[in-house]
Design a protein around this ligand. Structure first.
Ligand code: G6P
Ligand code: ZN
Length: 542
């Protein structure tokens, strides 16, 4: 029986860069999650009988909300729910399933790389029928619905057991519990030359994948160890935990320090990689070298045709605005399109659907292609491995040759975390106020050539997104970008992105902090970071 339960609205259910993210106790307020899920359904044109994919990264509170979402799907007229066993689906695997099963959409429960556990973070987002995150027009409608919600609909009886594979029913709705890994592993086999990668590994190439106790454990174990023959133990921290083992499942230099130290050792593996809480981010580490996400995008784009799925070349490349312009140089040389979008994977969806781009990437450790509509951590690892299997060179050699051919875009991102929200907004406002007078100003040897607040007009649907980050561009093409994070759950996080192009190969081996020294100092002068936030150092540099 469908029950209609009275509720009252919350005023803070505005989805951010990637869905609604709050602390677990916040989500545990009465009807908080149910309100948001009902608001999603209310915002959609549902005819009844549709298929909905549901899954999450397995963090604390995942199971409860998934069981509720299944009952609510039955209460709102869905015909079928496809759910990962135990409620598990990596974000890219969910995207694949939505597409493969012709679902009208999916609900993905994750707070990505944010810590989990009873006091940690939780999140809910909706992806549409193309498998990608809902565009802003949809998330705005969801928010509108959440502000006036009066009731939600739920099927009375308890949800079926999701720890057993197979089909059951809940009212008129079929609940199909599936193996979360199988379809995804099959997709990866269709894209890459697994035989070549197997040969590489059999020849003694050693790899280490750190699943950070998050969702990619089962995916990486199946693909890297079982299908590609990496010795058992190559995938570490491979058992997903509700609190990620107390860690912070963000594959960056700070949180993946252990992996990096293995790769810096003389007798360490040849290749290292890590993914985040929900499996969409990636970190790539070679022997003695951490590959920056922006460089990784450029190298993958330049070499993708070595993998079967991309042998015909790329239609184009897209990157988010703060991502370095290394990929632009590849696009120019290869004479393919390059698109600069606001931060957030959802902005790539239209370009991918329209066939304008094949590969996309972001400085925030995300790379992916048109095989799904999310970024994809394990995919990036496999594309790297396919390239390494073809080229039989080290990661460092591949990078050096790439820079020699295209030039090097030195790049760093400085994060100031949990700063006072007022101070952060004040800093951004002050920058915006000064934009008009910025051009022509000199800071040391740097002269501002252009300054703006990035706005984007989607070339496919014409929608406009404004205030996407302040860009200060200097003559010669160096850039400083200031932006507030859209994914945090406490205070504000200021991100400062710093970039300089160097064509001279004799200078490519400089450490980035040295190559960027003057820009780093200038970023504080222009942004008044110390003065306004009281912070003299960033918390994280990536
Ligand atoms: C999520 C999105 C990414 C985006 C990132 C930005 O991970 O999926 O597409 O790049 O957030 O995060 P930020 O904290 O910088 O807003
Ligand atoms: Zn993620």
């Amino acid at each position: 029986m469908i029950e209609t339960i009275a509720t009252t609205p919350y005023d803070d259910q505005k989805p951010g860069t990637s869905g609604l993210r709050k602390k677990v106790p916040h989500f545990q307020q009465p009807n908080y999650a149910a309100n948001f899920i009902q608001s999603i359904f209310d915002a959609l044109p549902l005819d009844g009988g549709e298929t909905l994919v549901i899954g999450g990264d397995g963090r604390y509170y995942n199971r409860e909300v998934i069981l509720m979402a299944i009952r609510m799907a039955a209460g709102n007229g869905y015909g079928r729910v496809v759910v990962g066993k135990d409620g598990i689906l990596s974000t890219p695997a969910a995207s694949n399933l939505i597409r493969k099963r012709g679902a009208s959409g999916g609900i993905i429960l994750s707070a990505s790389h944010n810590p989990g556990g009873a006091k940690g973070d939780f999140g809910i987002k909706y992806n549409g029928s193309n498998g990608g995150p809902a565009p802003e027009s949809v998330t705005a409608r969801i928010f509108e619905k959440s502000k006036s919600i009066q009731r939600y609909r739920v099927w009375t009886s308890t949800a079926p057991d999701i720890s057993k594979l197979g089909e059951t029913t809940l009212g008129d709705m079929v609940v199909e519990v599936i193996d979360p890994v199988a379809d995804y592993a099959e997709l990866m086999e269709s894209l890459f030359d697994f035989a070549k990668i197997r040969d590489l590994i059999a020849s003694g190439f050693r790899l280490r994948f750190d699943a950070m106790h998050a969702v990619t454990g089962p995916y990486a174990t199946e693909i890297l160890e079982r299908r590609l023959g990496a010795p058992q133990g190559s995938v570490v921290n491979n058992v997903p935990k509700e609190d990620f083992g107390g860690g912070h499942p963000d594959p960056n230099a700070v949180h993946a320090a252990e992996l990096i130290s293995h790769l810096m050792a003389n007798d360490g593996p040849d290749f290292g990689a890590a993914s985040d809480g929900d499996g969409d981010r990636n970190l790539i580490v070679g022997k003695g070298v951490v590959v920056s996400p922006s460089d990784s995008l450029a190298v993958l784009a330049a070499n993708a045709p070595l993998a079967p799925a991309y042998a015909g070349g790329l239609a184009g490349i897209a990157r988010s605005m703060p991502t370095s312009q290394a990929a632009d140089r590849v696009a120019q040389k290869r004479k393919i399109g390059i698109y600069e979008t606001p931060t957030g994977w959802k902005f790539f969806g239209n370009l991918l659907d329209a066939g304008k781009v094949t590969i996309c990437g972001e400085e925030s450790a995300g790379t992916g292609s048109d095989h799904v509509r999310e970024k994809d951590g394990v995919w990036a690892v496999l594309l790297w491995l396919n390239i390494l299997a073809e080229r039989r060179e080290s990661v460092q050699d591949i990078l050096d040759k790439h820079w020699a051919e295209f030039g090097r875009n030195f790049y760093q991102r400085h994060d100031y975390e949990e700063i006072d929200a007022k101070a952060a907004n004040g800093l951004m406002e002050s920058l915006r106020d000064r934009l008009a007078s910025m051009a022509g100003q000199r800071f040391g040897t740097l002269v501002v050539s252009e300054a703006d607040d990035f706005s984007y007009k989607d070339p496919i649907d014409g929608s406009v997104s404004t205030s996407q980050g302040v860009r200060i561009i200097f003559s010669g093409g160096s850039r400083i970008v200031y932006r507030l994070s859209g994914t945090g759950t406490a205070g504000a996080t200021l991100r400062v992105y710093i970039e300089r192009f160097e064509s001279d190969p004799s200078k490519h081996a400089l450490p980035p902090e040295e190559a960027l020294k003057e820009l780093i100092a200038t970023a504080d002068v222009i942004g008044e970071i110390k003065k306004r936030t009281g912070r003299s150092e960033p918390d994280v540099v990536t």
